[in-house]
Structure formats: C-alpha cells, structure tokens
Design a protein around this ligand. Structure first.
Ligand SMILES: C[S@@+](CC[C@H](N)C(=O)[O-])C[C@H]1O[C@@H](n2cnc3c(N)ncnc32)[C@H](O)[C@@H]1O
Length: 300
C-alpha cells in the first residue's frame, strides 16, 4: 500500500498537518477501498463522535467511560503504575485503549506513537487527548497510514499495544507488520495484542465464512482471515517478536460463540443470548472462543 516499502522508513518522510502525520502518497491511500470503509466507519464509530460536540454540563466531561465503555479482556491484567519511555499502538482508533491505560492503570510514557488508517478516528483521538489529557506531558506522534511499514527506528519502542485490529488486516500484510513490530521493539520490550485474532475454529466464524462465500460479488472488505493458536504462535516466532520479548502467551478470549449475531447487517434472533449463555468446558474453549489475544510480560 505504501511507497515506503523499499526505503528505510522514517517519520521525516511524512507531512505533519494539524497534529497528524500523513504519508506522501496519501491521495493514493485515499483511493483504497479498505481505507474508505474505515473512514466511513470512523465518522460515527460506537457513538464516539459525541466528543466533538460535548457540552460543559455533560456528565461525559467527568466520566470518559460514558463514551468509551471499559475495555476488558487482557487489559484487566495490565499492571498498575507502569512507566515506559515509548508506546506504539497499532490501529489506535480514537484512543480508547491509551485513554483507559493512562487513567485506569496509571500507565505513563514519554512518547506515544499511534497509527491508524482512519483519519476521522485520528482527528477524534486528538479531541479526546485535548479533553482528557491522557499520558500528560508525553510527545504524541499520530500517524495516518496503513499499518504495514512502521516509520520508526529499530529497537526504539518499549511497549507495543493493539486492540481488535489484526483480524481486519490481510494475512500477508499482517505478517509484514509483525516483522516490523519485531524490528522496532526494544530487546526485552513488551507487547499486548488484545482480542486481535479471530478464531478459525469458532462455529460462528465458520457459518459467517460460508454465507460470505455464497456472495462473491459484494464481500465486506474488512472481514478477513482467522487463525488458530498454533498459527498465531508461529507468526510471533517467525516475525522475531518472541525473540525480543520473553514469555509470550497466546490465549483464547473469554467470549464464546456458536452463531453469528449479525449477518449482512441483520441481527440473528436469539444469537446473542445463546452465545452469552455458553460456558464451555476447558477442552472446548479453543473451539468456541471468538478470538485470541497474545501478550508478553503480563504474567510476571
Ligand atoms: C475494531 S477497530 C479498533 C479501534 C481501537 N483499537 C479500539 O479498540 O477502539 C479497528 C481499527 O483498526 C484500524 N485499521 C484497520 N485496518 C488498518 C490498517 N491496515 N492499518 C492501520 N489501521 C487499520 C481501523 O481504522 C480501526 O480504528
């Protein structure tokens, strides 16, 4: 997607406009169907646009979780009062996860790098930063690009995070991105990829894939590949990430599903209630889990 592929990637090649770094081939990127989809989704993503017209009297002023909700999963295991030099977030959206880690976990950093393909979401991130001042005092480097080549120095990042993003990125691009993560991570650095991969054995995805394949003419370009635990471990190893970070873990998420809850924008009756009622035995978790998370350094 980017013309930076054969060059040493650097933020110096980007143009900084209104607080966001754009690649030189941004006009070309704007022609990309995947980007257009995320720009559209980004305009109203989970009601987060409310921040743009927030009134002084709004309770949201005091409680950001009224917009963002409370991210769970692996983030619950994240240690409190951690301080690092640099954080990189892949697919940072409007900044929900850094806002949560800064406010609820008192995570501190000197530099925050956030990359996302959706310009409306990044503009909103700047608005959230202005409103709630998460990571106070840190340098913010917000990059609007497809996360594939990272315009960052080798061995420059302490903590790489991502939440619900890799399942939206095609396999070859995701593998390139993983090698880039391995390149920019400092040796002994840490990563947390929460709910980042869809589970290829989950019946809900299998049904969804079947229906999707019936319609060859209008596939949703953002619904992509799924993996099992062995494949994710292989990706982490091949990319070089596990070499940089000790003790990596791949684990099924705690949401289980046998039925897709929405098919082609239409809610499937009772699917949500049925999925929520599932309490799989240990041996069935790898089959019924909706997705996988992967992380290092949270078990210490
Ligand atoms: C499901 S949203 C998650 C957003 C955010 N991490 C959160 O949890 O609120 C997926 C995000 O990935 C971004 N994204 C999708 N494809 C991308 C790509 N190729 N490069 C960078 N970001 C991408 C989208 O714009 C969107 O912000």
């Amino acid at each position: 997607m980017s013309q930076l592929v054969n060059r040493k990637p650097s933020l110096n090649d980007f143009q900084l406009r209104d607080g966001i770094y754009f690649p030189q081939d941004y006009e070309q990127l704007n022609q990309n169907q995947h980007k257009q989809k995320w720009d559209k989704i980004g305009k109203t993503y989970y009601g987060s646009q409310k921040i743009e017209t927030i009134q002084k009297s709004s309770p949201i002023k005091q409680d950001y979780t009224l917009i963002t909700g409370k991210p769970g999963g692996t983030w619950n295991q994240f240690p409190e009062n951690k301080s690092v030099d640099s954080i990189l977030e892949l697919g940072c959206g409007y900044g929900r996860i850094p806002l949560h880690l800064s406010k609820a976990k008192n995570l501190q950093c000197q530099k925050f790098y956030g990359i996302d393909i959706s310009e409306p979401l990044l503009r909103r991130l700047l608005k959230f930063k202005q409103e709630y001042d998460f990571f106070p005092g840190a340098e913010f480097h917000i990059i609007c690009n497809s996360a594939e080549i990272l315009p960052l120095e080798d061995n420059s990042i302490d903590l790489v995070i991502s939440n619900c993003v890799f399942m939206h990125i095609p396999d070859a691009q995701m593998r390139r991105l993983m090698s880039e993560i391995a390149r920019v991570l400092k040796p002994g650095g840490m990563f947390v990829f929460n709910h980042s991969f869809h589970n290829k054995n989950c019946p809900s995805h299998l049904i969804h894939n079947f229906i999707r394949n019936l319609n060859i003419f209008s596939k949703n370009p953002i619904y992509l590949k799924q993996y099992d635990a062995t494949e994710i471990e292989e990706i982490l190893t091949t990319s070089g990430i596990t070499k940089k970070c000790s003790q990596s873990t791949v684990e099924p998420t705690q949401e289980y599903a046998i039925l897709p809850e929405i098919i082609k924008g239409v809610s499937v009756p009772f699917a949500r209630a049925i999925n929520k009622s599932l309490k799989p035995a240990e041996g069935m978790k790898q089959t019924l889990a909706y997705g996988y998370s992967a992380y290092s350094g949270l078990n210490n």
